[in-house]
Ligand binder design. Structure first.
Ligand SMILES: C[S@@+](CC[C@H](N)C(=O)[O-])C[C@H]1O[C@@H](n2cnc3c(N)ncnc32)[C@H](O)[C@@H]1O
Length: 412
């Protein structure tokens, strides 16, 4: 799905003239361009699905009387003021236009305005989620989990290994970067009690939610991509537990908007694997594979080209965007609740890109305290490793381990 970012001008805010010139002609179907006025003939309309507005808009794009070139505004503009007011947009706010199919486009406010909560627009506004977050077990007051001493002992090792199981998603066409259900389970069981609330801000195919369902934890996950939310919902439906008392919800939204959905101090654990900056956003060379010539060779295994997608950002922008998201999430975490982030480092043009260092520094600046670094040893699940750097350049293979960065919201 192609997207474009449009900056609102004064004319857009006042008169509804959204400047579409950045979209260029090939973004729209060629027959959408109509005459300068209705008398001269309308173009074949496209459909706009506008975030927060109940009805779809049908419109064409007029051309200029003298030059006959597109005027780069939508002819129907009555809805723009409602959209601007609903999301508190201003001049210079960014909005996103996404082409869903040849004739259908989605406009979203890019999370840079607040949804106005008026009685009239109540059904449109985002409400706090109605989800339980208090523990349902009988564990004692300051226990941080329901584990037995024996189970706790196993978790003290600083290097963890996991196996994939039948329910795990390994098909890169469904999702290019999933972690195993067993990894999510270990983190959830270590840092929460039954009935508490787990949050995954980058839920992807929903592994954290499936695991939360297995463990009787309430959970909510967010992702920008509708397809991933659908994949998550389908996994949850298949996994349904008889007599389950917990609930798992997947929401299609930008992670920056999460605080709008959650009560403060309601979340007992954030567990996630975010995008790894823009490092998947290039053609695969399969350098780490013994058999390089597989179906992944030359493919870009990236989630989307949506400018809000953290996987499209250079490391510096990415680090700041992660900082902005996690700073906003701090108030929804209970004091001393943990936040575990799974990331690898990467190699790019013979330089190590230390994503884990950038994230530790950034989250510390944003009020998190680093507690532990666990190594996820992947040597048991990688195979067919190719030789790399021999004999002059020693490089450890990124695919053989990843970091689990364990922070908490300190109580001071
Ligand atoms: C590494 S994947 C998560 C995979 C997940 N752990 C699983 O097992 O399926 C990261 C996800 O973040 C999503 N994403 C990227 N930018 C986002 C944003 N700004 N808000 C919400 N989700 C985003 C991507 O669509 C992608 O699915």
């Amino acid at each position: 799905m192609e997207t474009r970012t449009i900056k609102l001008t004064e004319s857009a805010v006042k008169y509804g003239n959204i400047n579409l010139s950045c979209c260029r002609e090939d973004f729209f179907p060629p027959d959408v361009f109509g005459g300068p006025n209705k008398k001269a003939g309308l173009g074949n309309p496209i459909t706009l699905k506008v975030e927060g507005l109940p009805d779809e808009i049908k419109t064409d794009i007029p051309t200029d009387t003298k030059t006959c070139k597109p005027r780069w505004i939508f002819r129907e503009r009555g809805w723009v003021k409602r959209f601007v007011n609903l999301h508190n947009l201003r001049q210079d706010s960014n909005i996103i236009i996404t082409r869903l199919d040849k004739r259908t486009f989605e406009l979203s406010a890019n999370g840079n305005g607040d949804i106005v909560k008026k009685g009239k627009t109540e059904h449109l506004s985002k409400k706090l989620l109605d989800i339980n977050y208090t523990k349902t077990c009988d564990c004692k007051g300051n226990n941080i989990n329901c584990l037995s001493p024996k189970e706790w002992l196993k978790c003290q090792l600083g290097v963890w290994q996991f196996n994939y199981e039948g329910r795990d998603i390994r098909d890169k066409n469904v999702h290019p970067a999933t972690f195993p259900i067993s990894l999510a389970r270990k983190v959830i069981e270590l840092f929460t009690h039954k009935g508490e609330l787990v949050l995954d801000p980058f839920v992807g195919s929903g592994t954290t939610l499936v695991s939360a369902q297995d463990c009787g934890r309430n959970a909510v996950g967010f992702d920008l991509q509708k397809a991933y939310i659908k994949a998550t919902e389908s996994r949850l439906t298949k996994n349904t537990q008889l007599f389950a008392r917990s609930e798992q919800i997947a929401i299609c939204d930008d992670a920056v908007n999460i605080p709008k959905y959650l009560n403060s101090e309601s979340v007992s654990l954030i567990f996630t694997s975010p995008p790894y900056a823009n490092l998947l956003n290039r053609k695969r060379k399969n350098k780490s594979r013994r058999n390089r010539n597989n179906e992944q060779l030359g493919k870009i295994e990236q989630y989307s080209q949506d400018p809000r997608d953290l996987g499209t950002m250079e490391l510096d922008d990415y680090t700041k965007a992660m900082g902005d998201i996690f700073e906003k999430l701090l108030p929804v975490l209970r004091p001393k609740a943990h936040c575990v982030i799974n990331v690898p480092d990467m190699w790019w043009e013979n330089k190590r890109i230390t994503i884990h260092v950038s994230l530790i520094e950034e989250l510390r600046k944003r009020g998190y305290e680093l507690r532990n670094i666990v190594i996820w040893d992947r040597t048991n699940i990688v195979n067919q490793i190719g030789i790399f750097g021999w004999p002059s350049n020693y490089i450890t293979m990124g695919v053989t381990f990843e970091y689990l960065l364990d922070f908490w919201r300190s109580s001071v």
